[in-house]
Design a protein around this ligand. Structure first.
Ligand code: NAP
Length: 299
């Protein structure tokens, strides 16, 4: 028998994730700040309520997927927040990407209320949320993960227990370092190829399958050479995650020179009004410096 599930935050990610819980036959209560976003889920069988507190009152597992650290704090604390409605013995699973240290503070508050907190940030983009193929990295007690695993399996294909609470967020930040420094390498490589008058398609096909291959090169390289900047993940959200990476690195005293450079390059693109473009538009910041443009728009 499924427990009664709650879902808070029905944006690009949360909307798809909650829909997959419903498709798997779980009973789901939803709340979203902008009420109209609850309608498609209600049509699929969800119950809509008026606050995060009411979601918690009606659910023993409460999932969150909102934008940033202050937003998770807003839906958790306060008179209409999750903690005000949580019954002892419940589990909160936060799928947002937020600060690991703030995660540990919120987990301690949940524990004081007799409940548990799991941090379960995701990767796999909007496609992964819609198709139920996300990677979910989960920090917290193994027994709590065991309890919610059947629900997570409706949303993700890879579910990894990363360690104690906060470690899921930390692994997600490690993931983001790999994503952006790799994106910088792809950008520099394609600019060199461009100025060296190489055939860009042939170059990609030659290097993608070898030791230099990567998800970023295979998926975003072809988009970059036809100058298609539609986002899988926007520069603005990428920058939010890099701020979290650099804050965590600062708390730990770890220098991350490559990541810091990419953060500044994305900042330059945000100043030019390009924050809604995909994170592979990083190359545009280098094009400015090099004085050349990669590829050309498809006919
Ligand atoms: P989104 O489409 O912008 O949705 C954000 C959601 O958060 C909306 O439901 C929004 O409500 C809600 N929200 C924001 N601030 C709030 C507040 N103060 N109080 C209540 N609700 C609030 O974003 P998303 O792409 O789904 O991203 C959600 C999380 O997943 C983020 O942490 C993001 O970094 C992470 N993530 C995203 C991707 C991706 O490819 N998009 C991939 C991996 C991880 P409204 O509808 O009222 O605005």
């Amino acid at each position: 028998m499924s427990e009664r599930l709650g879902f808070i935050g029905l944006g690009i990610m949360g909307g798809g994730m909650a829909a997959n819980l419903l498709r798997a036959g779980h009973p789901v209560t939803v709340w979203n700040r902008t009420a109209s976003r609850m309608e498609p889920l209600v049509e699929m069988g969800a119950s809509a309520v008026g606050s995060p507190r009411e979601v918690a009152e009606g659910s023993s597992v409460v999932m969150i997927c909102v934008s940033d650290t202050p937003d998770v704090v807003a839906v958790t604390e306060g008179p209409d927040g999750i903690l005000a409605g949580l019954s002892p013995g419940s589990v909160v699973v936060d799928h947002s990407t937020i600060s690991p240290s703030e995660t540990r503070r919120l987990a301690a508050l949940a524990e004081e209320a007799g409940s548990s907190w799991l941090d379960g940030p995701v990767s796999g983009g909007s496609e992964g949320a819609a198709l139920g193929t996300l990677s979910i990295m989960v920090g917290g007690e193994a027994s709590d993960l065991g309890r919610v695993r059947p629900y997570l399996e409706a949303m993700g294909k890879s579910i990894t227990h990363t360690g104690p609470v906060g470690s899921g967020q930390m692994v997600k930040l490690v993931n983001q370092v790999l994503v952006v420094v790799n994106q910088l390498a792809v950008s520099e490589a394609l600019l060199l190829a461009e100025v060296g008058e190489l055939d860009l398609e042939a170059t990609l096909s030659a290097v993608t399958g070898g030791a230099a291959g990567s998800w970023m090169l295979a998926n975003r390289g072809p988009q970059m050479i036809v100058r298609d900047w539609r986002p899988g993940f926007t520069i603005d959200l990428q920058q939010k995650d890099l701020r979290l990476v650099l804050e965590a690195a600062d708390e730990l005293g770890v220098p991350l020179p490559g990541t810091a450079l990419v953060f500044q390059l994305y900042r330059a693109l945000q100043r030019r009004g390009l924050g809604a473009e995909g994170n592979h538009a990083l190359v545009k910041a280098l094009e400015h410096i090099v004085g050349a443009e990669v590829g050309s728009e498809a006919e």
